[in-house]
Design a protein around this ligand. Structure first.
Ligand SMILES: [Mn+2]
Length: 314
């Protein structure tokens, strides 16, 4: 095990890296480590984001200090990746990692190959935030209020508000400790989950409303046309979560959302309770997890529905 204290003490220029399409875990972990390093060593690390920060994470303490672009000629003494399962997830910023005098990889993904000079990877931890919390706790780094807010956000969002199967008793103990350090669960919940736009909610309800139920309601799907997306000025993320909403119906076994890319191309997002939908999506060149997968079919929505229904055996 490496000693983060010694490494940080001997490093003057430090960069913290988050992954592309950032989530609450990578951003919360990055801001938490920034705060902890500042409080303990009075050193200001640089924080790098490689894509836009989603609106609901802009409340994170110190996130305003994170920057999108840095001079690519900079050479850092220390670069630390947070929640980065594979180094290509930091896009162009990989150059800083490659040139750094020392690199540390902090993560919780089982598939992380362990790149970097040192790594701290805990596959049983719910989130990168929990890995950091465990480190701070084990090494007696006192956690300040702002860092507690960031770590709590990281853990809460990666566990789907403490509902997913990665939520352990250890996760809940970490969360409880962070509340003692000043994180307010209700406030953080509201910031993360109660900031959807009216258009987003109306669009999702519209899509759910026109869902089609088949096979004793075991199969449910909804088709989203380009004209629907235009009507609601829908962003790329507007269809996120619709398949989960349809799966949450008690009778549902398989739910899928079809999104019209153009007249000859349809994107499908599929969810199930027990059926291996990755297998179904693989037949169309897609893939994913057992209960959550996706694919793109070279056909219009009507033909895509037919093709998918042929592959579903319930
Ligand atoms: Mn994560």
């Amino acid at each position: 095990m490496f000693n983060l204290d010694d490494i940080i003490k001997s490093s003057n220029k430090i960069l913290l890296l988050s992954h592309m399409n950032p989530d609450g875990d990578t951003l919360g972990s990055m801001c938490a480590l920034y705060g902890m390093i500042y409080n303990r060593f009075k050193k200001k690390a640089d924080m790098n984001i490689v894509s836009n920060i989603p609106y609901n994470y802009k409340f994170l303490p110190n996130i305003n200090l994170a920057e999108r672009y840095f001079d690519k000629s900079l050479v850092y003494d220390l670069v630390i990746t947070l929640d980065v399962a594979a180094i290509d997830r930091v896009l162009d910023s990989k150059i800083f990692f490659d040139k750094a005098k020392c690199t540390i990889n902090i993560d919780h993904h089982k598939t992380n190959p362990g790149f970097g000079d040192f790594h701290l990877i805990e596959p049983d931890a719910s989130s990168c935030g929990e890995v950091l919390f465990n480190y701070f706790k084990a090494n007696n780094w006192p956690i300040d209020k702002d860092s507690a807010i960031c770590l709590y956000t990281a853990i809460m969002t990666d566990t789907g508000n403490f509902r997913f199967e990665n939520t352990s008793s250890q996760t809940l103990r970490a969360a409880a400790d962070l509340v003692d350090c000043g994180a307010n669960p209700n406030l953080i919940y509201k910031k993360c989950y109660e900031t959807k736009t009216k258009n987003f909610v109306m669009f999702q309800n519209y899509c759910v409303n026109k869902a089609v139920f088949l096979n004793d309601n075991k199969i449910v799907y909804t088709a989203v046309y380009k004209k629907d997306l235009e009507k609601f000025s829908a962003g790329d993320d507007y269809t996120d979560g619709i398949a989960e909403t349809l799966r949450a119906i008690d009778s549902t076994e398989i739910a899928f959302v079809l999104k019209e890319v153009d007249k000859k191309l349809t994107k499908i997002s599929m969810r199930s309770k027990t059926t291996d939908v990755a297998k179904i999506c693989t037949t169309f060149g897609g893939g994913g997890h057992t209960f959550a997968a996706g694919c793109t079919i070279k056909a219009d929505i009507k033909d895509s529905i037919e093709k998918i229904l042929k592959e579903i055996k319930l």
